[in-house]
Design a protein around this ligand. Structure first.
Ligand code: 5AD
Length: 341
């Protein structure tokens, strides 16, 4: 067992702000071409209320996640929300610590990232999805301009370097068990994390969604895409779980100091997936705070766990799950990677 897994696990209250997305990633259930999705946006009041809930219940941080948008009103809205969330204090006391704020809002310009950082965003999560540019192009639209431009590997990488140089605690991640993916791609992903010098990683199993072109491949439905010639085609849920846990284990031994999140996607494969991830070396859990009613519409993949839980039952479940694997929850702690302490 790694050093981290015996230690503390930090909580990030996940707020899924909106499922409106301009992108069309071939694996994602909320891609703009999926017309079956009911699109929603939480109100400012709802976001502030959920953040206050996170603060009152001892989650040291919140993560604001949403589909990708870049219109001016939206950018301003995020700036306002970040500023307002930073003002929330436990028990209203001015001396109390503010919440940590992580943003997971996709690719934006350097100026936008800078503005949000100045407003108070501490951390940013932007998965590279697949560090091999060839695999990246196979899982993103690459046939037509401007879609091709919008889904470019180069832009994604530039965005990550911008975040890092602006001083964000920067996180990235990949999907594990993707169609067309080879074992060597996963080795390369680990090398990417170390050479980039990520501060946090959120990586989890790929889970097919039947309303997506990649998902159709796995469900044997008609798909415009070439057949899956990857090493993990036909893998069972258990094999995918083991592969993901193995990646966490390998990463933890390569990067002992960073924050590694137990991806919620793991729970789709195994109700105990998150605990197993903690045993493998994960030290961050992101309980979903989004209201049950909205959460139904934020299905990046199928069978998303906790869909019927409310925030309160999630907290209780978590405490006992962590107790069973001997991990302690860092209640009320921001839980930054050690180099930022
Ligand atoms: N299976 C697993 N993870 C997915 N994501 C999107 N679609 C899927 C899927 N079908 C992940 C992407 C994205 C994160 C928010 O969700 O890696 O970065």
């Amino acid at each position: 067992m790694s050093r981290k897994s015996k230690g503390k696990v930090y909580l990030r209250g996940l707020i899924e702000l909106s499922n409106i997305c301009r992108k069309d990633c071939l694996y994602c259930g909320i891609r703009c071409s999926n017309k079956k999705v009911t699109r929603y946006e939480l109100s400012d009041e709802q976001v502030i209320e959920l953040s206050r809930y996170a603060m009152d219940n001892g989650y040291g941080s919140v993560v604001l996640q949403a589909g990708e948008r870049c219109d001016g009103n939206y950018i301003e809205r995020i700036s306002r929300l970040v500023t307002d969330i930073k003002k929330i204090r436990r028990g209203g006391s001015v001396n109390a610590l503010p919440l940590g704020i992580t943003l997971s809002l996709g690719e934006q310009t350097r100026e936008v990232y800078k503005e949000w950082h100045i407003c108070g965003a501490d951390r940013y999560l932007l998965r590279i999805e697949a560090s091999n540019p060839e695999l990246y192009s196979k899982i993103h639209p690459c046939h037509t301009e401007p879609q091709q431009k919008m889904h470019s590997y180069k832009t994604r990488l530039e965005a990550l370097y911008n975040l890092k140089s602006l001083g964000y605690i920067t996180g990235s991640g990949v999907m594990i068990g993707l169609p067309y993916q080879k074992r060597g791609d996963l080795d390369r992903d680990l090398e990417f994390f170390t050479s980039f010098g990520v501060d946090m990683v959120g990586m989890g199993p790929y889970i097919p969604h039947k309303e997506t072109p990649l998902g159709k491949l796995s469900f044997g439905a008609n798909s415009s895409l070439p057949p899956d010639d990857g090493d993990f085609a036909g893998y069972s849920a258990e094999q995918r779980l083991l592969l993901s846990l193995e990646m966490i284990r390998r990463l933890r031994s390569l990067m002992p100091q960073i924050n590694i999140a137990a991806a919620t996607a793991l729970e789709v494969l195994d109700p105990d997936g998150r605990s197993k991830a903690v045993l493998a070396g994960a030290n961050v859990i992101m309980p979903n705070l989004t209201t049950v009613e909205m959460r139904r519409h934020y299905q990046l993949y199928e069978g998303k766990s906790g869909v019927m839980d409310d925030a309160e039952s999630t907290g209780i479940k978590l405490e006992s799950q962590m107790e069973r694997v001997g991990a302690k929850i860092g209640w009320f702690e921001i839980g930054n990677p050690e180099k930022f302490l």
